[in-house]
Design a protein around this ligand. Sequence first.
Ligand code: SF4
Length: 675
Amino acid sequence: MNTTCPYCGVGCGLIAGPGGLTGDAAHPANRGKLCVKGATLGLTLDDRDRLTTPTIGGRAATWSEALDHAADRFAAAIAEHGPDSVAFYVSGQFLTEDYYVANKLMKGFIGSGNIDTNSRLCMASPVAAHIRAFGEDIVPGVYADFDEADLIVFTGANAAWCHPVLFQRALRAREVRGTKIIAIDPRRSATADLADLHIPIAPGGDLALFAALLNLCAERGVLDHRFIRNHTSGFDDALIAARTAGHGIDDALFDQLADLVATTPRMVTAFSQGVNQSEIATDTINAILNLHLATGRIGKPGATAFSLTGQPNAMGGREVGGLANQLAAHLAFDDPAHHDLLRRFWQAPNLARRQGLKAVDLFDAMHQGRIQAIWIAGTNPAESLPRSNYIRAALERCPTVIVADCWPTATTARAHIVLPAAGWSEKDGTVTNSERLISRQRAFRSAPGDAKPDWWMFTELARRLGHAAAFDFANPAAIFREHAALSAFENNGARRFDLAPLAAIPDEDYDALRPLHWPVAPGDQRLFTRGAFSTQDRRARFIAVTACPRAIAASGTITLNTGRLRDQWHTMTRTGRIPALMAHRDAATLDLAPPDAERHGIGTGDLVELTSADGTITLPARLDAAQSAGTCFAGMHWTQDQGSAGTINRLIGSARDPVSGEPAFKHGIARIRKI
Ligand code: SF4
């Protein structure tokens, strides 16, 4: 049976057969290849410590009891405090069908925008930048662009570890056509090690660097003035702003980079969390998009800016409005026509009129007593959000916390009602990967105990809140049909997200669905091949972004960077069970540059106390010459429950990008001390 990997946004296809799980050679995302995480998925099919029964206050309950209780608590909060006193906080691990039902219930029928997702922590900044530049949240390119590029620039993206199968395509392009690979990263990451050129920028230096590259291309006369004139607006202001930028790197390195950028039309710039998770993230991404628009490097083979998504369905969630600031189907809160269209399509009695609370603001509101009931699903905010101690306190203050998950977590430990969720391999639906490719995830084994899919739980909640008719979905196929029909409803080409040919897909065809790109149309899957963006005047927008110098870390402090390790995923509920994966790094460490370690008298293995404005944790030091002086790195995976001295997210503060609300995980400020 064909399915897809539940880990990263590459979205590799798998075949589950009697002999185990293998790569799907017919899946366009991976053509049979898997990384070590995907290849060991079969070893994670272990139900021993799964949640299998609903509980209320720790006492086993039936589904009816648990859902009645949850609905009563939601109804009471809405009646007494209004719809904005309740919230859903969901997950990029959701299938699109789960997301669709949850979003429809909260925004259309409860009447609040308060549904946000842990995709806020990784993809909100590209969403905001795409909408600003293109008028719609669209990744223009496809993975084939990595095969056809002559220059691939990874910035803020350790793709060799975090998107390994796609990175293999970049390496293959180098073999086949001599493609040059550049890594822009403060760390000498695995990607930088394998690149032809490593540009070690200061944390947050990408914006200035891309602005300087735009200026350089203008000076060298390599801009595509015809494309600028015919298909864009705002170029002059963007160039004036770019002229104020200094590149911030060694001059000789900049010259090398600039020569390659100026002379290589087939250029892909791939970016990920190193760019997305900063206080200037959206502006930085627009600086990247500005460069590609100005040189006409968009919508052509081997020429695109490319957002590498973190989670398997970060894109699918965006398509159905999983973010608090979006409606479904790429419709916008601030467009009255969109609001009216969605209200009529859903026959929604109470469609939310304004955006909901984004993740960090949502938990602030909970801390302040403004959220009376929350339903959390498929994510563990007590570990994964910044200020994890504060988040735990917020959960403890909330009168009703309902958590649906597969395994017990620090968040289920703080829930009043715990619901056992069916997980990957046990439920059916679709996901959309980084290149807009929709693939099926399929159930090939039974869920343990009484575990149920999330879409079913939300339909049951909707029924109990009095909205049975609008949530009468018999199966995921029925949800998908409605989702596809909404994307096409009165669309007429206004939005590129359009699944019209799938709006009446029969159950058996949905069951057999093979991967396909949206928009669903024959021919080139790249978008904007003839300009024609999704703005009202069909022109892309340059955004005038200015590189403000970042605040210099105070003397005695160090910049704290957090991120993924090669063989782990999120808080290790799945990958942490596999000895072969733990062998890569078996414990949390604090990676320090040797000069910093020497200054503090720290050697490998010494315990280091790391303190920020939000907390203190202790980690063993690991000296790493790949680390640049003045910065340190800690993997994001370990949690207090795994015996480490504490989740690193305790130390990350509330700083976030003002446009997207995405937290600045990459730019913590801390003090270190040997103990
Ligand atoms: Fe899974 Fe990503 Fe590895 Fe592919 S590259 S097997 S999607 S973790």
